[in-house]
Design a protein around this ligand. Structure first.
Ligand code: AMP
Length: 635
C-alpha cells in the first residue's frame, strides 16, 4: 500500500480494486499465477484471482518450513485439563500430514466435506488444515451446539466424515460430545460413512458403533510417517462452509473461497492486526466461530506467527489467567470479545496487575457492540490500544475498524471506526433505499463486488445468496442487516440488527431457530422469541409462549414445570447457548392483521421502551398480555 494516507489507500481499493488486490496477492504463494484479478461478469458473484491455483495449508504451514521450522506455530493451553503443548511449524506440518493421510484413507478428497465437531484442542486445527491440504471442504460446527443443530448442518453439507472427540470441558465440567453425535446421526438424512473420534479419556463410557466409529490415535499411528501432497486448487475452490443464523429456521452455509480468503487474511494481518512473523497472537474465540477460523487458525499461521489455542474460561483458575498467558508467551496481539471483558471487569481488579503485559501492543474486540465504559476500563488497566472492529461471519474479516488500513485513526469510543480498504460501505434508508445524511440511521450495506475473502455464495444455494443478501434495496447491494449511523467525521456507529437475529455474548442466534425448537414441545401452541438488552452479554434470549393448555400454566408450579421442560428442549435441540434467559406465558401474541409476529414491539416492551407503530396490530389485548407477563414473571 504505497499511498500516504488512509483515505488515499481506501479510495484506491474501491476505485481500482484490481490494482489494489493484485499487489496484495503477492503475499501468498501461487502454484500457478492468476490470469485475472477479478471476474465480476455475473454480479453479485465475484471471483477473485481467476485461474490462480494455491492451497491454504501450504501457505499456512509448508511455506514456513524453510524459514521458521522450529518456531512454535501453535501453543495449546487447556486450563481444564492442565495440558500445555507447543507445536513448532515442523511438528504442525507432521501432524497435519498424518491427519490428512487418515482422512484420505477414509475417502476424503478434493471437494469432499468433513464436519469438525470438536472442543478447543489442537487436533481440531490439524483436521481443518488437513482438509485444506486435500482440497476438501471443512465445516466446523461449534461444540456448544446440540444434536438437532448438528443434524441440520450434516444434512446440508453431506459430509463424508465427521471428526469429533469424546468430550470437551468447560468450567470444570465435562461436555460429552459422542452421545450428541450419535443422536444427530440418527436425526440426519445424510449421515457420514465414518466418525473419527479423538479420545481424550474424559468420557469413561465412550460407546463406539462398530464399522462406523474410528479411533483417531490408532489411525494416526498407522500414518506416522505420512507425507501427503498438497492439492493445488483454483482460487474459487471452496475452502470451508461455516453455518450462521439468519431469519429463517435453516442456518445458512457461508461458503468461503481459497485464494481470496488467503490474500484477505494475509493483508489484514499486516494492516489491521499488525502481526509480524515470529510474534504471538492470542485470540480467545472458539474455532466454531468465524473469528476462530480467521484469527486463531488461518490468519496468524499465514503470517508465520505463533497462535495460542485456549480451552477454558477467562476466570479459571482465576481472572488473571489470560494475562498470565500474555506474560508467559509474550503475546503481542490479542483478540477477544466485549462480553469477555465485561466478565473480567466484575472480578478482582488485582488480577489485572499481577502480570507483566508489556509485550501486548493491542487488544482487538469484536462480535458485538463495545460500550465505552468497558473499552475505557480495559484500555486503562492494560495500558494498551483497544481496537474495536466490526464484521460478520459472511465477510470473514473486518468491514470497519479503528485500524482500517495504512494508519491508525484517532479513536472515538462507541465507534468501530471507518470502512476498511476493499469495503465500499453505504448507509441506506430502510424504506426508500436512498443514502441517508450524516447522523441519520440507515441500514449498513456494501456495494459489490465484495472484496476477497467474503462469502462467495450460500453453500448449494446461489439463489438464497442473492435473495438473502442482495435483494433488499432497489439497487443490488449487500445488506449487513445492521442499523448504523455515520458522523460528520466519517465514523460509523452500529445500532443493532435490523432483522430478527439475536447476539448473545457475540454469538449469533436466529429467533426462528429457537422458536422452532420451542414449538416442537407438545405443550406449546405458539411462541415468539426476541433478544432483550443485557448489561453483561449484550443481549439475552426471551421467549413469549402461548401454552396449548392455559390451565397448565395457571399457577406457579405449572408455570415453572413447563418453563423447565422448554429450557431442556432448547438445550437438547440447539444447545445451552440458545437457552432463553426467561420464558413468559401469555394467552395471545401481538401480530399484524396479516398474521406476522410483531417481534420488534415485544422486544421494545421487554426493554421498557415504546412499542412503536401499532397501526397494523390485530388485537391490542395481545400487547397488554405481554406487559402483564413482564410485570408478573412468575405467571
Ligand atoms: P457473527 O456473524 O456471528 O460474527 O455476527 C455478526 C454481527 O455481530 C454483526 O452483524 C453485528 O450485528 C454484530 N457485531 C459484530 N462486530 C461488532 C462490533 N464491533 N460492533 C457492533 N456489532 C458488532
Amino acid at each position: 500500500m504505497p499511498q500516504a494516507s488512509y483515505a488515499d489507500s481506501h479510495r484506491l481499493s474501491i476505485e481500482q480494486p484490481e490494482v489494489f488486490w493484485a499487489e496484495q496477492a503477492q503475499r501468498i504463494v501461487w502454484q500457478q499465477p492468476f490470469s485475472r484479478v477479478l471476474d465480476f461478469s455475473q454480479p453479485p458473484f465475484a471471483r477473485w484471482f481467476v485461474d490462480g491455483t494455491t492451497n491454504l495449508c501450504f501457505n499456512a504451514v509448508d511455506r514456513h518450513l524453510l524459514q521458521r521450522p522450529d518456531q512454535p506455530a501453535l501453543v495449546y493451553i487447556s486450563t481444564e485439563t492442565g495440558q500445555e503443548t507447543s507445536y513448532s511449524y515442523r511438528q504442525l506440518h507432521a501432524e497435519v500430514n498424518r491427519c490428512a493421510a487418515v482422512l484420505r484413507a477414509q475417502g476424503v478428497g478434493k471437494g469432499e466435506r468433513v464436519i469438525i465437531y470438536m472442543p478447543m484442542i489442537a487436533e481440531a486445527i490439524f483436521a481443518m488444515l488437513a482438509c485444506a491440504r486435500l482440497g476438501a471442504i471443512h465445516s466446523v460446527v461449534f461444540g456448544g451446539f446440540a444434536s438437532h443443530s448438528l443434524a441440520s448442518r450434516i444434512d446440508d453439507a453431506r459430509p463424508k466424515v465427521l471428526f469429533t472427540a469424546d468430550a470437551g470441558m468447560r468450567g470444570g465440567k465435562a461436555i460429552h460430545y459422542k452421545p450428541l453425535v450419535d443422536e444427530a446421526l440418527k436425526l440426519a438424512q445424510h449421515p457420514p460413512q465414518s466418525v473419527i473420534i479423538v479420545d481424550r479419556g474424559i468420557d469413561q463410557n465412550l460407546q463406539r458403533v462398530p464399522g462406523r466409529d474410528l479411533d483417531y490415535a490408532t489411525l494416526r499411528e498407522q500414518h506416522l510417517q505420512a507425507s501427503v501432497d498438497v492439492e493445488w486448487v483454483e482460487s474459487s475452490h471452496p475452502s470451508y462452509i461455516l453455518y450462521t443464523s439468519g431469519t429463517t429456521g435453516k442456518p445458512k452455509g457461508v461458503q468461503r473461497d481459497t485464494g481470496g480468503y488467503a490474500v484477505a487474511l494475509a493483508t489484514s494481518m499486516q494492516y489491521i492486526y499488525g502481526g509480524q512473523a515470529g510474534d504471538c497472537m492470542f485470540t480467545t474465540s472458539d474455532i466454531g466461530w468465524v473469528v476462530g477460523h480467521s484469527y486463531i487458525v488461518y490468519g496468524p499461521l499465514l503470517a508465520g506467527m505463533t497462535s495460542i489455542i485456549y480451552e477454558g474460561t477467562p476466570v479459571r483458575p482465576d481472572a488473571a489467567i489470560w494475562w498470565k498467558i500474555v506474560e508467559q508467551y509474550q503475546v503481542r496481539v490479542m483478540f477477544s470479545s466485549p462480553t469477555a471483558i465485561r466478565v473480567l471487569k466484575k472480578q478482582d481488579p488485582a488480577c489485572l496487575m499481577r502480570h507483566d503485559v508489556s509485550s501486548l501492543k493491542s487488544l482487538y474486540l469484536a462480535g458485538e457492540p463495545l460500550d465505552e465504559p468497558t473499552a475505557r476500563w480495559i484500555s486503562d488497566a492494560l495500558r494498551v490500544d483497544v481496537i474495536d472492529n466490526y464484521w460478520q461471519t459472511e465477510t470473514g474479516w473486518p468491514i470497519l475498524s479503528a485500524q482500517p488500513g495504512i494508519e491508525p485513526l484517532p479513536k472515538k469510543f462507541g465507534s468501530p471506526g471507518k470502512p476498511v480498504y476493499g469495503f465500499n460501505v453505504k448507509l441506506l434508508h430502510e424504506a426508500s433505499g436512498e443514502p441517508v445524511a450524516d447522523e441519520e440511521k440507515g441500514v449498513l450495506v456494501i456495494k459489490p463486488p465484495l472484496p476477497p475473502g467474503c462469502l462467495s455464495t450460500v453453500w448449494g444455494d446461489d439463489a438464497r445468496f442473492v435473495k438473502t443478501y442482495f435483494s433488499n434495496f432497489h439497487q443490488q447491494v449487500y445488506s449487513s442487516f445492521d442499523w448504523a449511523r455515520r458522523d460528520a467525521d466519517g465514523y460509523y456507529f452500529i445500532l443493532g440488527r435490523a432483522d430478527d437475529v439475536i447476539n448473545v455474548a457475540g454469538h449469533r442466534l436466529g429467533t426462528r431457530e429457537i422458536e422452532e425448537a420451542l414449538s416442537s414441545h407438545a405443550g406449546v401452541a405458539e411462541v415468539a422469541v426476541v433478544g432483550v438488552a443485557d448489561e453483561l452479554k449484550g443481549q439475552v434470549v426471551a421467549a413469549f409462549v402461548v401454552a396449548k393448555d392455559a390451565a397448565s400454566v395457571a399457577d406457579a408450579t405449572g408455570h415453572q414445570a413447563l418453563e423447565k421442560a422448554l429450557m431442556a428442549t432448547v438445550d437438547q435441540q440447539l444447545g445451552a447457548i440458545a437457552r432463553p434467559a426467561k420464558i413468559h406465558f401469555v394467552a395471545l401474541l401481538p401480530k399484524t392483521r396479516s398474521g406476522k409476529l410483531l417481534r420488534r414491539s415485544i422486544q421494545a416492551l421487554a426493554e421498557g421502551r415504546d412499542p412503536g407503530d401499532l397501526t397494523t396490530l390485530d388485537d391490542p389485548g395481545a400487547l397488554e398480555q405481554v406487559r402483564q407477563a413482564l410485570l408478573n414473571p412468575a405467571g
